[in-house]
Design a protein around this ligand. Structure first.
Ligand SMILES: NC(=O)C1=CN([C@@H]2O[C@H](COP(=O)(O)OP(=O)(O)OC[C@H]3O[C@@H](n4cnc5c(N)ncnc54)[C@H](OP(=O)(O)O)[C@@H]3O)[C@@H](O)[C@H]2O)C=CC1
Ligand SMILES: CC(C)(CO)C(=O)C(=O)O
Length: 305
């Protein structure tokens, strides 16, 4: 399978490496020329709990992509998705499928602007990953990923993709209730990511303090109510469980929002907290804790500007 990973930062490189191990023909596409050059010159360095490896994967700038791919896996930040797909229009042919495991709500519609709905797949990943330097990522945490067609039930391509990722070392399952899974992950991120970004601390710190634990419970409860009000009848308990896993197994991982603040970059809070709070209000429900976390993160972004 010809795979393009579009946005080859922390997560894109992790998933690109799995496709490569499974024998797919992978191109890591990114706008960061130094990162692309480092991968082409020295290989992609992947630091896992099980050890470090260097993989000879091809990397390219968007302008150098000239052939259609079977799969484009989008791993830019959500606010870069549209520009990134426009930048590789040569890669999107009549049979190309698009996949997003990006955080937040609304990734299905963002991809459906570029291909027919039946070729859009979405999902979520609980794996952590950090960009250590040019051509070098680290992922020290367990977790699995789930995906499914966003708008239908033809699972042929989704099955091939999940099998390749699992074969390449990243356990991936199909989940017919993928929209519940995406909402659950978004509620988790809307709670944990801003709290870590605002305190400049990792999940282990949140676990050790009663104030953060109380805020986590309140924020998750609001997210569950927002989902239910929108007809997404997810089970809330697994989200509380995920926060516990995060505070223990991912105790030292910087959530992507904290990584962004440390790097002086815009965060994805609009697609995460903003999308949940907006959906809640549209359904007649308030989500004051999630909204306050959203507002505080917008102030952090304003400080960066
Ligand atoms: N990191 C994590 O642990 C997890 C992240 N996620 C989600 O995965 C997604 C990716 O996150 P993450 O890997 O951390 O992000 P990164 O910032 O590490 O990687 C995104 C990459 O996309 C590049 N990019 C930006 N614009 C374009 C473009 N037009 N064309 C090609 N590449 C582009 C960025 O370059 P530049 O930096 O120069 O803008 C960057 O290298 C997000 O939605 C995040 O929420 C989900 C689970 C875990
Ligand atoms: C790694 C994980 C699952 C939790 O921090 C994440 O989604 C993020 O960092 O944004």
């Amino acid at each position: 399978m010809k795979v393009i990973v579009l946005g080859s930062g922390a997560m894109g490189c992790l998933f690109g490496a799995a496709f490569h191990r499974a024998g797919a023909e992978v191109t890591l596409v990114d706008v960061n020329a130094d990162h692309v050059d480092a991968i082409n010159a020295d290989g992609l360095k992947v630091d896992l709990r099980s050890g470090e490896e260097t993989l000879p994967i091809r990397a390219a700038l968007p302008a150098d992509v000239s052939e259609a791919a079977d799969l484009v896996m989008v791993f830019t930040k959500t606010f870069h998705t549209a520009a990134a797909l426009e930048g590789i229009s040569a890669a999107i042919g009549d049979d190309t499928h698009l996949l997003s495991l990006q955080n937040g709500l609304g990734n299905d519609r963002r991809l459906a602007d570029f291909v027919a709905e039946e070729r859009v797949m979405v999902g979520a990943s609980m794996l952590p990953s950090d960009l250590v330097g040019h051509g070098h990522i680290r992922s020290h945490g367990e977790g699995y990923s789930k995906l499914y067609p966003a708008f239908g039930d033809d699972t042929a391509m989704a099955t091939r993709v999940a099998d390749l990722l699992t074969q390449g070392g990243l356990e991936t399952v199909l989940d017919a209730k993928i929209h519940e899974g995406i909402w659950s992950k978004a509620i988790f991120n809307a709670t944990m990511n801003p709290l870590c970004a605002l305190t400049r601390r990792t999940p282990g710190f949140l676990g050790a303090n009663p104030q953060s634990r109380a805020t986590i419970r309140a924020a998750v409860a609001e997210g569950i109510a927002a989902a239910h009000a929108n007809g997404v009848m997810l089970d809330g308990q697994p989200i509380y469980d995920l926060t516990e896993v995060s505070m223990t197994d991912h105790a030292d991982h910087e959530p992507s929002m904290l990584q962004d603040i440390h790097a002086g970059r815009r965060t994805e809070v609009d697609a995460i907290n903003g999308a949940i709070v907006t959906a809640a209000k549209e359904a007649g429900v308030e989500a004051p804790v999630l909204e306050t976390l959203w507002n505080l993160m917008k102030l952090e972004e304003a400080k960066l500007a």
